[in-house]
Design a protein around this ligand. Sequence first.
Ligand code: FAD
Ligand code: FES
Ligand code: FES
Length: 1365
Amino acid sequence: MEEKQRETGQGSLVFAINGQRFEVSSVSPSTTLLEFLRTRTPFKSAKLGCGEGGCGACVVLLSKYDPVLDKVEDFTVSSCLTLLCSVNGCSVTTSEGLGNSKDGFHPIHQRFSGFHASQCGFCTPGMCVSLFGALVKAEKNDQREPSPGFSKLTVVEAEKAISGNLCRCTGYRPIADACKSLAADVDIEDLGFNSFWRKEETREAKMSRLPLYDHIHEISTFPEFLKREIKSPLLLDSERYSWCKPATAEELQSLLKSIDADSKTRMKLVVGNTGMGYYKGLEHYDKYIDLRCVLELSSIRRDEEGIEIGAAVTISKTIEALKEENNRVFNSECKIVFKRIALHMEKIASEFIRNTGSVGGNLVMAQRKHFPSDIATILLAAGASVHILTGTLHEKLTLDEFLERPPLDSKSVLLNVKIPNYAAVKNISSEMDSKLLFETYRASPRPLGNALPYLNAAFLTEVSCLKSSGSVVLNKCRVVFGAYGTKHAIRAKEVEKFLSGKILTIGVLYEAVKMVKANVVPEDGTPSPAYRSSLATGYLFDFLFPLIDISSKILGGCSDEYCNTSLSKDAQIKQKYSQLDHVQLPTLLSYSEQVLELNHDHHPVGQPIKKVGAALQASGEAVFVDDIPSPTNCLHGSFVHSIKPFARVKDIKFKSKLLPDGVSGLVSVRDIPKGGENRGCTTSLGTESLFADGLTQYAGERLAFVVADTQKHADIASNLVEVDYGIENLEPPILTVEDAIKRSSLFEVPPFLYPKQVGDISKGWAEADHKILSAKIKLGSQYHFYMETQTALAIPDEDNSMVVYSSNQCPEYAHVTIAKCLGIPEHNVRVITRRVGGGFGGKAMKAIPVATACALAAHKFRRPVRTYLNRKTDMIMTGGRHPMEVTYNIGFKSNGKVTALQLDILINAGISVDISPLMPKTILSGLKKYDWGALSFDIKVCKTNHSSKTAMRAPGEVQGSYIAETVIEHVASTLSMDVDYVRNINFHRYDSLKLFYDVAAGDSVEYTLTSMWNKLAASSSFKQRVEIIKEFNRCKVWKKRGISRVPIVYQVFVEPTPGKVSILSDGSVVVEVGGIEMGQGLWTKVKQMAAFGLSSIKCDGVENLLDKVRIIQADTLSLTQGGMTSGSTTSESSCESVRLCCEVLVERLAPLKETLQAQMGSVRWDELICKDMNFDVLLILTFRCSQALRYLTVEVNLLTGETAILRSDIIYDCGQSLNPAVDLGQIEGAFVQGIGFFMLEEYTTNSDGLMVADGTWTYKIPTVDTIPKQFNVEIHSSEHHRQRVLSSKASGEPPLLLAASVHCATRGAIRAARQQLHSWGCMDESYSTFNLEVPATMPAVKELCGLDSVESYLQWEMGRKSRSG
Ligand SMILES: Cc1cc2nc3c(=O)[nH]c(=O)nc-3n(C[C@H](O)[C@H](O)[C@H](O)COP(=O)(O)OP(=O)(O)OC[C@H]3O[C@@H](n4cnc5c(N)ncnc54)[C@H](O)[C@@H]3O)c2cc1C
Ligand code: FES
Ligand code: FES
């Protein structure tokens, strides 16, 4: 190391990664740390999930050393946005740097593994580093001393540590538990199911089983050699790296001046570079000026007049400074303002963005590009001012003036922002005591993590009490709103003027609220404009209304208390109910219970063993396709897609002037070799083209594949492709299902796939006392959002053959397609899939064209070609769940029993057939969970000019189940009956189940739904809770709760799957199966089954067979006919094939074992195995039903439309689970994905059908703060059954359907809100009939709860007061 140090070229870029020294002699200044890690180091644990700071997959720990103070500063960063040059002299720690398979895993890895917190594993390394970052930060807190084995982290900090990280598999609960297990204040009994201990063990025993965390001897994040090296500052050679790092404002000034002379230089001022996450344009800059070390920009100064924050100070550091308790400069009122600002800032982005993103960068983005900033709003309300430097001109402006100016030019620098000490400058009237009140608000789809607000607001007012009347006078006000579709945050000056000096009364508030509505008007084109305006009125109301009654309380010195409770009049009620439902806990999640019955009959099958490779996934050593090192000469591809739904493609060419170096060319339909076909996908139901051929048929269609030397160059080049479209003489595209019907554009559904009508519909109509006719339901799409985007690597091999590594749920189909496309025999193609970073159906059909395009490009260029789709392209091209429109007629009796249901369903299948003909059957399977008396339907699969819709977890079943619930709710609201009663009365009895499901109903003992229904009611005291909720809704004005329990019945089909078991000469076992490991635990169950199957040889040592079994990657030439991993049952069928293989092997080994035993008395497993053996088996199983129930409570905030899920209880029948830990993970994960579908994920397209919610900024999947606060799951073990694999039932997809209960409970809460509006005289009798959209986003919920509810309430209050005299 010393040697290397001496070798260091002056001014070189030097840093450490996981203790290893890196010196980079030249690099483009726009290179990110993630790019470098993934392409130029062996450390692949940091993953690319979004490239825009929104997912946390790339999080690493960055450490800086201060040689003067001899101190190391550690913080997490998103490596996808951090520029490499900015880490000069720093140390980087990735998950494999914390621990690994060679040196030993870190306790974080072990705990993630033991708490079953990793499924596909793609998010796991980022999660582990986020947690590690929080641990390191907490360790620096001198005031805490944890007990041995724990860290200084608190439970609250542990949960928040991962609030910016996305996981699409687990549902977060086990991740939160793994994090909390390290917290000093955790009650170990509150932690969920894990593999470390059994529930009944003592606290001490449990503690002793946790992998030890030793906070004293934690790993060193900054290597000594680098400390020595940076004793003298490591200055980068600014010429060589085009990276300047001025130290003073003067240096900065002269730098900017020198650049002036050469105006061609594209220069960028940069601090954290997180702005690139939003303004993602793949722009190129010639020079960067790093502002972080400019003295004037990097310091925080406090004086009597306020706090001055350098523009380059990070948001995290600003929060720390504003929260500083022991600061004597400011009085308590001022501290409250600062604390409020800090608390608001903690909701901006995520920790790893706030750690590098600066306050100045945020304000400049807001000023220059109208970024919907939170900081601008809250600082505007706090009366902040800014200092700007332009050339030699220094200007001090108020923030209002700054925001209103024309956009700052690229040479102007924001030096600092000053937040005044309001208390020091306020003018207190001598006759009255006055108090300063300050509050901030934001409404965003996710309360904590990474979600821009629909609107934010901040209010500051100085109030005093008129001693004579006890009324409150508003002396001064600042009323600010921002981010609602306005150029920048604004002060509602008219409102401020109106309020100032007024005695606050309901009438005054009413007038102010009306003024706000008129002033806060989003610009044209802003989504949900009326909702945003109503938020503004709601927030002003929330701020001022409590003052009308509680003047004495505020002026008695309780302003902080006031600030802590909105609508504090409700405080007592709040407290009472919070005890029941844990809403007021400081933590995000409360104790959740997991009840699992273990089945020991087939040991080790049935045991909750850890997921195979979980620790490897946590450390980031598990190899995904994009982690495979690039072979020599490898090229990279990027798709060009159409933006028109139906047009002629006249020409495709590069805007050549800006083209980066290294572009090899384009691959398109013209490159299909002779004998090959334009084939992108093959299934038994049909085919899809690889590229558009002359005519594009949907926006998002693949037109070409640009190939270049790096993925970045390929992505830049594909953005620079110009496509010339023509639409002359073409019919308009078909963009709606109605158009498709008009133009008879339909896919045929083969009769054997079309479901059968049930019962006698005319009899059902005749029996009905009531009828509802032509009711409508509209359901949109859902994007899979697997964390690993589509990826493949194709390597040409000898003799015209092709090896393709593909992240793929059905490699067999990719194999066939590639052979067809290249026009080569199938034995010349080999597709290998080791693991998939989440699939959920999206890597079935949709992975095939990606693999095929790589193979075609590799064939053309005779070089390896790989691709890793960027998130935007992936979202646009993948398609998603099938949208549909449903019209239904219901006949029912006065007691709520449905006698006839008739449905017309139009499915929007998009352009190609994919799996769409299966949809009618799957929809009906989910829908038939109730006894409808008679059921008739007409289902049409419409072919439209949209991307083809594809399988997505529980395709069809989830919509069917939801339609069923909507029908039940409709009947209940029409009859004004309790919906739970109507559900109950329409439950299947076994005979009706048999009628609706035929053989899939199984035996009567298998129908466990009614018993589970009763059990759930008893265990979660359902009735009592219903009463409590009624009482809550009666007492509370602005919060309403809803409760719902829904059943599901899920029919699964088992496809044949091959298996191969080989016993090697040392007794170790290798297993191959057709099923693909995607996080669902397939390998784990297969491993258990192999150990169980072989152990029936009953010789010594078989009890340890589990450790001897290894499952290996799928290889389409090694194990043919692998089929598709889908439909929840591939784990079971793979297990069954392995069990049969084992049976044959045991049969073969038995004679030898008998002989040896006779000779030696006993025989050991490894003695018995003297030669390799293997065997392949195919099998076919029948299909069965799974059943489950959910009970759920939600709370809706009527001012914002926000829904919080307070508690959920699931009972899920897994039959005899093969691995309850794995099944638990599937249940929780699927359920949370369902929450996304029903509550959050808006799949928005433009008028051409192009997906526009195409990234983490606009497409919001659930995060840890949106899952149920209490998330109880019981895995119910139903009877043994010989027709199921060792009596197990599927768990991968069915639980997703249960999430409809969140929607139903939300409807319940909305109904209560509308009933209240009715009682205020603002809604007629029809209040209980309404249609809640899917997803039930905040705007959708608020709209139903009344966009004018605040005005209505105030009017009603005024009327009430005047009536009562
Ligand atoms: C995932 C994510 C979520 C986010 N969520 C929120 C949110 O909820 N609310 C919110 O308010 N913000 C949010 N942000 C924005 C975030 O606060 C800003 O990206 C960050 O503060 C910018 O600081 P930076 O140092 O990284 O700026 P950079 O990216 O380095 O710079 C941004 C721009 O400002 C210019 N610039 C920077 N400093 C100066 C200066 N001193 N003088 C002149 N020009 C300068 C740069 O040239 C560049 O054009 C989010 C960002 C991300 C990535
Ligand atoms: S890849 Fe960096 S945050 Fe998503
Ligand atoms: S385990 Fe989190 S994304 Fe798969």
